[in-house]
Design a binder for this molecule. Sequence first.
Ligand SMILES: [Zn+2]
Length: 262
Amino acid sequence: MNSKIIPMQNNLVLIYLFLIGLTFGSFFNVVGLRVPLKKSIVAPGSACPTCGHQLRAYELIPVLSYMIQKGKCRGCQSRISPIYPTMELITGILFATAPLVVGWSSELVLALTLISMFIIIIVSDIHYMIIPDKILIWFAGIFLLERIIWPLNPWWDNLIGACAGFTLLLIIALVSKGGMGFGDVKLYALLGFVLGFKLVLISFFLSTLYGAVLGGLAMLLRIVKRRQPIPFGPFIAAGTLSAYYWGSEMIELYIRFLNQGF
Ligand SMILES: [Zn+2]
């Protein structure tokens, strides 16, 4: 996708999107943490997991509260996981940068939906190594609606993409015997539906590339042990967003490269 030139007055909109992203990120943290435990996402309000201290409004300001409290609970001084503010910040940045890449188009709606789903999935995957079915079902409904309103060209590319994503990951899940979970298989069926055949293949290629490079690096630096399972969700998110943003250009470049010969 070509990046569109953004007029000045839209800078305010980008800041607004950043703030919305921070707030949504905070909510996605709650969803990603509670849904796998089958807890309600609205009640009770957030509390410190160590001492049960109920968080007040001023302790729930995304990123800022964490910085002011220096990452500690006001009740018991125990450390708050830096994952919370990090996910809030990432959501804010991804929300604000999406229109710079895809422009102010229907693709922006799909990009923001993808980002939202991925943040929730990453939170669940980091904490529990699970991609909850419930999350996939909610987002399948949203994506179905979005692709009815803004279909791929040709429209059946959705179905081919979903079949390709499902089959590819199913084979890998069966061959790797647990290295790739069935949550990933279902997620890729959905991603194939959203992206279509070509882009879902690129998404898979980039996800495994990022996973191999960063996973290998983490092993070299001894951040993770050999054979320790690594949540694959963050890599799928990075690979899929890259494919969604720049996949068509990558295909074009590749074809031009092939045509020019070696
Ligand atoms: Zn506490």
